[in-house]
Design a protein around this ligand. Structure first.
Ligand SMILES: *Cc1c(COP(=O)(O)O)cnc(C)c1O
Length: 380
């Protein structure tokens, strides 16, 4: 089996797995308990919070644990909207290529009377500063833009946007789920107020995410109850998940430079190989300013779904855009937004390399894509 769908999820690293084991067996205490077993859990959670804070240049007290990236995104968007008096207009700015955990939340908020602007992107998938500027209103309370896109890997000019809205009092949230552990992420350099990440995208466990909340800012909980997570997120901590996430972020950040070179080389090699055998194909997204491991291509007028299934039968896992879209036949909103016509959007496949892929695997992927492509072509 070759797994090249790391933008959907990643394999749990061995170190992260082992770090979790005690908290799934002998050290099962509740981190809120005052006795010995509770304190052990509490200390483990404290260490993980510190590892995460260090990884993104934050303070420990600025990190809260959630169940996933989707929850962190929901928490910010919903909380900022309910913070506000209902008689006045509340306006949110986001982009049209966000993850569905942002877009679906925004569309729910619109039904509750919140105004939302969805910024367009250019052909590479980049939001323009002048569009941000033009979208600003006196009632704008929040801007939510992703750091890196999950389908095409494009990186947004987050620091420039935060510079632009400095002194306006507008809150700035960044969905950095695809970026954390893969490119350098520092909350001060980015100048953001909130930042979302999720462990299973950087070789940590599923069901464990976090939200950075700039010191001094307050959010209403989505989940009310106990005083866990500074009163912002009730519920007994997922200690093993949190510990695994702490280990995984430490390990990923340590490996960033090395992995980034390796992944770029694998993407380059894939493009070179496919160029040799497939007459025409398009690369979707920016070829420079993007995540190192993601390659999204549209092969000349063949269905991405068919290609994905043929590759899957050969033991190769790639995807057609985002995992969240794969159950519907609608073309990807991201590809449509970067200006691809429907047929090109439907012929996309996304190869996303990760820590456990090798150059040999790239060779196999290229060979199998080429032969599958020819097979499908001959059937047409
Ligand atoms: C995966 C992903 C999410 C959702 O994270 P989960 O932990 O799976 O809920 C949000 N945003 C982006 C950009 C993602 O890639």
């Amino acid at each position: 089996m070759i797994y090249a769908d790391n933008a959907s999820t990643t394999q749990l690293s061995k170190g992260a797995f082992e770090s979790m084991l005690p908290y799934l067996s002998s050290d099962y205490g509740n981190a809120s308990s005052r006795h010995m077993l509770g304190v052990r859990a509490q200390n483990a959670v404290k260490l993980a919070r510190n590892q995460i804070a260090n990884a993104i240049g934050a303070e420990n007290s600025e990190i809260i644990f959630t169940s996933c990236g989707s929850e962190s995104n929901n928490l910010v968007l919903q909380s900022v909207s309910t913070n506000l008096s209902t008689d006045k207009e509340t306006h949110i700015i986001t982009s049209s290529i966000e993850h569905h955990s942002v877009l679906s939340t925004c569309s729910m908020l619109e039904k509750r009377g919140i105004k939302v602007t969805y910024l367009p992107v250019d052909g590479r998938g980049v939001v323009s500063l002048s569009d941000v500027k033009r979208a600003l209103r006196p009632s704008t309370k929040l801007i939510s833009i992703m750091l890196a896109n999950n389908e095409i890997g494009t990186i947004q000019p987050i620091a420039e946007i935060s510079q632009l809205i400095k002194d306006t009092g507008i809150l700035f949230h960044v969905d950095a789920v695809q970026a954390v552990g893969h490119i350098q992420v520092n909350v001060s350099n980015l100048g953001v107020d909130f930042l979302t990440a999720s462990a299973h995208k950087f070789n940590g466990p599923k069901g464990s995410g976090f939200l950075y909340i700039r010191s001094g800012l307050k959010l209403h909980p989505l989940i009310y109850g106990g005083e866990q997570e500074f009163g912002i997120r009730a519920g007994t901590e997922n200690v093993a998940g949190i510990v695994g996430m702490g280990y995984a972020i430490w390990e990923s950040v340590k490996l960033i430079d090395y992995e980034s070179c390796r992944l770029k080389e694998m993407v380059k090699e894939t493009i070179r190989g496919i160029k040799d055998t497939v007459e025409t194909f398009l690369i979707n997204g920016d070829s420079d300013n993007k995540l190192p491991g993601i390659l999204n291509i549209s092969l000349n007028s063949i269905s991405g779904q068919s290609l994905m299934h043929i590759l899957s039968m050969k033991g190769i896992c790639v995807s057609t855009g985002s995992a969240c879209n794969s159950l519907s036949d609608e073309p990807s909103h991201v590809l449509l937004q970067i200006g691809r016509p429907k047929n090109i959007a439907n012929s996309q496949i996304r190869i996303s390399y990760g820590r456990y892929n090798t150059l040999e695997e790239v060779g196999v992927i290229v060979r199998e894509i080429s032969s599958s492509y020819k097979k499908i072509k001959n059937l047409l």
